[in-house]
Design a protein around this ligand. Structure first.
Ligand SMILES: C[S@@+](CC[C@H](N)C(=O)[O-])C[C@H]1O[C@@H](n2cnc3c(N)ncnc32)[C@H](O)[C@@H]1O
Length: 257
């Protein structure tokens, strides 16, 4: 039996609407996407296999919102809502933003795929376009620490998109779930821990140390973002260079003058 048949049969037996449900399970296992109580946005969600998997993962206190061009039949999970619309339309994006509200989402996932023409470069370019739409929406909806995953077909524009995602998250990974068809060029770009810090790695600043943390490093606050600076004390005026930017805090070193 091919993998295709295996996952197709498994989905039938286990009550998932699409074999792609197993791709999301594998992505979650590999990258740790979901936690209980999370708010998840699923783009390109019809017929609803990913919605089922996400709803199971976030549990009763979670929320899963699916968007698709196609109507999505109601699911058994009360925590799932759906929006019918085109994610390349401003109207759909506005509706989604309104629905999510100011707290934002914890995870944005996209399995959007273009209608295939069979011409590789066209299909690749269209898939990159859809993944980039999902990425732009994710930047609006994810606060610091949020995660992103989007399907894309491998090809020449992949490296640029990957670099764009890398710049906005702590790190990016390319994952090919085993449940993707053997011959398929599809993969998922996963951005872990959205970074909204007001500083960049390598940047230098003159600062005054506000406090000393529990590990003994000086603490500098920049627009509410915490930087730890080893070897400094409260009240020190120092020039620092940012060495590592994480989603919730970062590290800097003293620049010797
Ligand atoms: C591979 S299917 C998704 C399968 C889904 N993850 C599941 O598990 O059931 C891709 C979906 O992307 C949707 N799609 C493609 N372009 C879209 C767009 N611009 N806006 C919203 N949905 C889109 C298609 O309608 C299709 O249902």
């Amino acid at each position: 039996m091919t993998d295709k048949d295996m996952y197709y049969n498994k989905a039938k037996q286990e009550g998932y609407r699409a074999r792609s449900a197993y791709k999301l399970k594998q992505l979650d296992r590999a990258a740790g996407l979901f936690g209980p109580g999370n708010t998840v946005v699923d783009l390109g969600a019809a017929p609803g296999g990913w919605l089922q998997v996400a709803a199971e993962a976030v549990g009763d206190r979670g929320t899963v919102i699916g968007v698709d061009l196609q109507r999505i039949r109601d699911l058994d999970h009360d925590t799932v809502e759906t929006i019918r619309g085109d994610m390349t339309d401003a109207e759909t994006k506005d509706g989604l933003r309104e629905r999510i509200g100011p707290d934002g989402a914890d995870v944005v996932i996209s399995d959007m795929a273009p209608n295939m023409t069979g011409e590789y470069s066209v299909d690749h370019a269209r898939s990159v376009h859809l993944a980039r739409q999902a990425f732009e929406v994710a930047l609006e909806l994810l606060p610091a620490g949020g995660d992103f995953a989007a399907k894309v077909f491998d090809g020449q524009d992949l490296a640029d998109l990957r670099a764009e995602i890398d710049a906005e998250f702590e790190y990016v990974r390319s994952i090919r779930p085993e449940a993707s068809r053997d011959a398929s060029s599809e993969l998922y770009l996963v951005g872990k821990h959205r970074v909204t810090a007001p500083v960049e790695e390598g940047e230098e600043r003159d600062v005054v140390v506000d406090d000393v943390g529990s590990e003994g490093d000086g603490v500098v606050k920049i627009d509410g973002y915490t930087l730890f600076v080893a070897g400094t004390e409260t009240g020190d005026s120092v020039r620092i260079r940012v060495t590592d930017v994480k989603s919730n805090f970062g590290f800097a070193e003293i620049v010797e003058q």
